[in-house]
Design a protein around this ligand. Structure first.
Ligand code: ADP
Length: 361
């Protein structure tokens, strides 16, 4: 990046930005970075990045040999800690703590641009969302159940016969109310405490069987939307010994459900089981990939897809119900399993979601 473009860019963003040379000396930083550390920008210039930034010493201190800085410099690939759901804690000059997610962008001559995003504000928003979700869902539960109780009574015709039109109207109300009950149920399931309490069952899981089960569960929906689902297995051993069947099924079901609902009529969704060691992951375990030919995810929204209640702009106009919780929950489940969930997507072309399910080494 040209020096003056770089300076304008650095000063224009709210996140803390540092530029370091090949020896990790800070050659530039913006005011937000200095404020985050409780120091002045001029005091930071020329200092070694790891002397200037006091990371808390835990398992993921980024000054290790395989730190994001070293990795980015060697690979030339941008590092985004957020996509690994990783944050770093450091102390400010006044000894208070700050938690950030880090992105590292390689620049020419071994220079790196390091961006600190303060996650404290995100956590506050997340907490507020959780409280709101919990309140709304509990308030909604009772009325939707009362509605279904009365619909059932009317449809039983004990208080008088219904004509065909009345019966059809009631069936419409019944099916919409069912959707509402499902939504409320899924919101309640997401309440923070439920996710925090989640424990791995440590049982064997037959991944091929679970993928087939998810396919079977979604048969009605895929028929309705004229989407064909196929399953291909490229491995001999489809069983993971130390896993959790319910969690694996829920993850595959969510990803497959999305592939079906965000795909056009007549298209195909392909589930593939591969050995993880044959892919970029190079660890023991299985990768389940789900490829669709659907609407895709816009580039600028890709980083938000796993956030709570987020739906991309291109799905909001579709006649598809969803609340943006499926992938948020699935990513928690994947985390409990010690796996990884990521995707590649091109608008109007399709998406591939990858689920890495680890097995004991
Ligand atoms: P929901 O589907 O209920 O909206 P999710 O958390 O499952 O919530 O997904 C979040 C968002 O990610 C969706 O609203 C959609 O914008 C996007 N998305 C997920 N899967 C796909 C896919 N296969 N194709 C296109 N967009 C997708």
């Amino acid at each position: 990046m040209k020096q003056d473009t770089l300076v304008t860019f650095i000063e224009s963003v709210r996140d803390g930005v540092f530029v370091v040379d090949r020896n990790n000396h800070i050659i530039s930083c913006n005011n937000s970075a200095a404020v985050m550390l409780g120091k002045t920008a001029s005091a930071l210039l020329g200092q070694n990045f790891f002397d200037a930034v006091e990371f808390q010493h835990n398992a993921s201190v980024p000054s290790d040999a395989d730190s994001p800085l070293t990795k980015t410099r060697l690979s030339g690939v941008v590092y985004v800690s957020e996509s690994e759901q990783k944050t770093f804690t450091m102390s400010r000059a006044d000894r208070t703590l700050l938690t950030v997610s880090i992105s590292v962008i390689p620049d020419e001559d071994g220079k790196l641009i390091i961006i600190f995003h303060d996650t404290t504000a995100d956590q506050k928003v997340d907490r507020a969302k959780s409280e709101f979700i919990s309140l709304v869902s509990h308030q909604l539960r009772t009325p939707v159940n009362i509605i279904s109780w009365y619909i059932e009574k009317l449809l039983a015709e004990r208080k008088g016969d219904l004509n065909d039109t009345q019966r059809n109207y009631l069936r419409e109300i019944e099916s919409s109310n069912k959707r509402l009950i499902d939504l409320v149920r899924s919101i309640v399931n997401v309440s923070r405490t439920d996710l925090a309490r989640l424990k791995l069952k440590h049982e064997p899981a037959n991944i091929e069987e679970l993928a087939a089960k998810a396919m079977h569960e979604l048969e009605e929906l895929s028929n309705l939307r004229a989407v064909t689902i196929g399953l291909e297995t490229h491995i001999d051993n489809v069983i993971i010994q130390d896993s959790d069947q319910e969690l694996v099924l829920a993850i595959i079901r969510t990803v497959l459900h999305n592939a079906v609902i965000y795909s056009p009529k007549g298209s195909t969704v392909k589930i593939t089981l591969d050995l993880a060691s044959k892919t970029l992951i190079s660890k023991k375990g299985i990768i389940v990939s789900v490829a669709d030919q659907g609407i895709g995810i816009p580039d600028e929204e890709k980083s938000m897809i796993f956030s709570k209640l987020y739906r991309a702009s291109n799905v909001q106009a579709l006649d598809v119900t969803g609340i943006g919780l499926g992938l948020y929950v699935a990513s928690h489940f994947v985390h409990v399993l010690g796996g990884k969930l990521w995707f590649e997507s091109t608008v109007h072309k399709g998406s591939i979601f990858y689920i890495y399910l680890p097995d004991k080494e």
